[in-house]
Design a protein. Structure first.
Length: 295
């Protein structure tokens, strides 16, 4: 029960990251850089202390291939985060989150190509349900041209979901590295990759309130939440995880509607419903998020 509570709390906090990100005053590159830096500090410290206590890392020989996969997975993760927060800059949280959570369906499709996994007819039906839902929640009915629809930011959210799917698929090959160390490697890589791209002038005019939300997003939404997630993940059944991960988008949508006063029209509400009906079909092994870095 304790593990379920920790996992549910981590999902609920994940769900509020969109709201907090809007109040940081930072653009996607700078915000992801800060998240990576804060997570590396906090999770690196936790990993270091746990390693000194257990000495597990000294006793297990980790193949070099796993470190390379962790680095590749880290690249996909960072690109995923940048695209996701970019989508939040240009579209409502409800729309971005709904499209972003297509990732399990994309994993299913990529798995059929990369791993030759068979997709059933009902699987294809649910895919098209998700696709239709994405078009509706993205507001395709509000535009007279496809160019107008694509300019809303839907491509950013879809690209984020695509790279999240790549992150999940790549993470499948990591068997021996601990999830905590894997995440430290990935966030540390993010610091190195994003540092040359950061516009430091964006930090000059930030208020105390902005810094509060920045540090919460970095240390709580990224570092602390990942710690809660990883410390409870292995104690839960895949079916339990598959249900609890929905706490994330539900919280995000509720906060968007209640605090930011976003009001989707009837077609977008139908679209949200269709998206979640579609992703609810995704196999539990895919929705267990072996390497969850959703937001």
């Amino acid at each position: 029960m304790y593990a379920k509570i920790k996992f549910a709390i981590s999902m609920a906090i994940f769900g509020s990251v969109g709201l907090f990100s809007e109040k940081t005053g930072l653009r996607s590159i700078e915000l992801v850089f800060v998240r990576c830096l804060c997570a590396s500090i906090l999770l690196g410290t936790i990993w270091g202390i746990s390693t000194l206590k257990t000495k597990q890392q000294r006793e297990i020989a980790i193949p070099h291939r796993e470190y390379l996969l962790a680095l590749l997975c880290g690249v996909f993760l960072i690109v995923n985060w940048v695209f996701f927060f970019r989508s939040l800059e240009v579209m409502p949280i409800t729309v971005a989150v709904s499209i972003y959570h297509l990732a399990p369906v994309i994993v299913l499709l990529l798995g059929s190509v990369i791993f030759k996994e068979k997709i059933t007819k009902i699987g294809l039906v649910f895919f098209f349900v998700c696709f239709l839902g994405t078009l509706l929640v993205g507001g395709i009915h509000q535009h007279t041209t496809m160019a107008g629809f694509l300019s809303t930011g839907v491509l950013w959210a879809f690209a984020a979901a695509f790279f999240y799917a790549l992150t999940s698929i790549t993470g499948k090959g990591i068997k021996m590295l601990s999830p905590l160390l894997t995440t430290v490697i990935q966030t540390s890589l993010g610091v190195l990759l994003l540092m040359p791209l950061v516009d430091w002038s964006n930090f000059i005019h930030l208020t105390v309130e902005n810094w509060f939300y920045i540090l919460v997003t970095g240390f709580i939404h990224t570092g602390f939440v990942f710690y809660l997630f990883f410390s409870s993940l292995r104690e839960l059944k895949a079916q339990t995880i598959a249900i609890l991960v929905f706490v994330d988008p539900v919280v995000a949508i509720l906060l968007d509607a209640t605090i930011l006063n976003y009001r989707p029209d009837v077609y977008q509400i139908l679209g949200v419903f269709l998206v979640f009906v579609g992703i609810s079909y995704s196999p539990k092994k895919e929705r267990s998020y072996d390497s969850l870095h959703s937001s």
